[in-house]
Design a protein. Sequence first.
Length: 474
Amino acid sequence: MTLPFSAERPREYAPIPPPIRRRRDVAVALPPGPRTLPGGLTARFLRDTPAFLLDLHRTYGDVASFWLNGQLFYAFFSPEGVVDVTVKKQHSFINGVGFERMAKVLGTGLLTSEEPIHLRHRRMMQPPFHHHQLAEYAATMQRITRDHVAGWRAGDEVRANDELMRLTFQIVAQLLFGTEIDRYAEGVQHHMGVAIDRIERTMLPGLDRFDRSRVPYFAKFKESSDYLATVADDIIVRRVAAAEKGEPLGDDLLGLLLAARDADDGSALSHDEVRDETLTLILSGHETTANVLTWAMCHLRDRDDVWSALATEADEYLPDGESPDLRRVISAPTAHAAMNEAMRLAPPVWVAPRRALEEVEIAGVTVPRGAHVLVSQYASHRSERFFQHPDAFMPERWANDFESTLPRGAYFPFGAGTRKCLGDQFALLESHIILMEFARTLRPRPTASGLPKAEPRATYRPAGGVPATIVAAS
């Protein structure tokens, strides 16, 4: 067993091309972009990266170039640029710096792996997310949500993000590991939070030099990564040992991963691969959903009309005494509109860094080999060209099949291409159930009328836990 933090880059991956450090090394014309004294732009980027990218979009248009920490970056914001990078020309790129840091925690999981490992894992992990499997998860999601809400009382003072983190963790942990993770739950949530924070704060090129530092701030990155991997290792070893004694592998996600076989050669995922995928599922099925739901709570704070419509939908799409119907729950119009708008303004994954493996043309712009390339859901989703009043929360904009009128690449909260989130339907099912159950029972209503400060890390989360009061459905 090799822990992700100390693992070498797999040999199967394409070699990382050297970065471009000097303007004279670029044989093509650069798009316009900010030019400042060394370090000035990097400081702006680190201070508020989403605002930096949005300013680039609004100042320079669909594409901009800039230098960070002495390396060349491009940012593409148009639908054409997004689709070229993520779909049409995706094989001309490897994951960028943020994903390299994520691999310190998630190893070769779907979110961080490169080809050919990524495609093999994606094929093997599709069965747990087929519609018939998701339909079985729905009842568990509803039961856990109801149990969680039952612990609230109207008037209770809570932190909305903390409550939603606990709730989504309970759901993904139950569906992934059954009850085996219960004794680790508090530690896993804590160390996942530390790891996510350090991934983002150490993502710029060159900061990996501190990975072996004794400075406590940096040392905690390795400590948290190793803790998470060790917990997952322990659960997997116990499950495999039980199976060797004749017990079933189980029908939870871990059991399905252990039973998965490659359709081409019949091989199974290795222990380390199963561990990395379980850690990826914890992050993507817990942190991201909790964050976007918290943003939804903030935007919907005073939208009694939306909550009333959600309560009506709960009675229609989640009737008491019946198992939730997957297709109907996901299609619930008000829940769908509220989540779409929350993901537009606060996409859980808000930027996707890439690095060019070869010289490639993107949206009519030549990108040289070795350049860093960014596409940003956060910035592209605020395009005035496609979204009227782009900074306003308007779930009603999604009525009348608005999404079908958007060009491909204008709205991509789950990514695109072969790297599109495999669990997108899982996340929508979970978030719709939670919203509708909150609407007809109790929900956390943020105390402050304005939005909390954003704390963009590997995911786009609100800072401060978001103080809230539990209120009853009207």
